[in-house]
Ligand binder design. Structure first.
Ligand code: SAM
Length: 243
């Protein structure tokens, strides 16, 4: 499988591709690729282009487009994960695995019981988080980069979620509403999924979510860690609704 790289659309002037910066350095120095080698480049349009390298020097990498096709790996379902802010390592794990699984948008959400409670600290980590998403998207063959929205409060997140066809709010205190029953006969194109922080959602937050049209659901009789719940629920939704 050729190495895949998300690059700026400005680098693509058919039939050639002209890459500079970190990606060029990665191709030249890290991967030690040579003219004649092939890569796949993506410009976030959903198209992917196969490129035969023709020239590699200290500042740039050039190549010739030899084929292009729509990327086959983007999910039908547009899933936005509103993730209650977690400690960095856990949140980064959710970004990486959620990208592999097919999440389209991540929204760090500041909840009452979030250990990490200020938007400023997550803003500082945004470049690192974008890098994690890009590397996971390239490794897993995604056709589009999932977006990482700025951190926001739960009330702000619930307003943002109004654009979704279905808002799901898994809450460990809800034992009688199974996810399967909520999804029965529904074919939403856009789903907003809310997962709480390490300390879970408060009853007030659950009530606020219901006031905003969210469906409180159970993920089963076991209490999952937040990072487990995020990926288990994302997997179930993408499996059921079009991953
Ligand atoms: N308060 C408990 C705790 O501290 O261990 C549970 C919080 S749980 C770690 C974090 C989030 O995962 C919850 O807010 C909820 O969104 C989701 N979650 C975990 N297990 C769940 C379940 N069995 N049913 C519904 N949601 C669940």
């Amino acid at each position: 499988m050729p190495h895949r790289f998300f690059i700026s659309p400005n680098c693509i002037i058919p039939p050639t591709v002209h890459i500079t910066g970190d990606t060029a350095r990665q191709i030249r120095t890290v991967l030690r690729m040579r003219p004649g080698d092939e890569i796949i480049v993506l410009d976030n349009s959903g198209l992917e282009r196969r490129v035969a390298l023709t020239h590699i020097d200290k500042t740039s990498v050039q190549g010739q487009i030899i084929a292009e096709q729509p990327n086959p790996a983007e999910p039908k379902l547009h899933l936005t994960l509103f993730q209650g802010m977690l400690k960095a390592a856990k949140f980064e794990w959710v970004l990486q695995k959620g990208t592999e699984l097919g999440v389209s948008c991540f929204v760090p959400t500041l909840c009452q019981r979030s250990v990490v409670r200020d938007a400023a600290s997550s803003a500082k980590k945004e470049p690192r988080w974008q890098q994690i998403i890009q590397e996971a998207a390239e490794q897993s063959g995604r056709g589009k980069l999932p977006t990482l929205a700025p951190a926001c409060s739960l009330p702000e997140a619930l307003v943002q979620a109004q654009t979704a066809d279905l808002i799901l709010f898994p809450w460990e205190e809800t034992s009688d509403v199974e996810l399967k029953s909520v999804l029965k006969d529904l074919t939403p194109a856009r789903v907003a999924l809310f997962i709480g922080p390490e300390g879970g959602f408060t009853p007030d937050e659950a009530r606020l979510a219901q006031d905003h049209g969210a469906k409180l659901v159970s993920l089963g009789p076991r209490i999952l860690r937040a990072e487990t719940a995020a990926l288990a629920a994302s997997t179930a939704l993408l499996y059921e609704l079009g991953g």
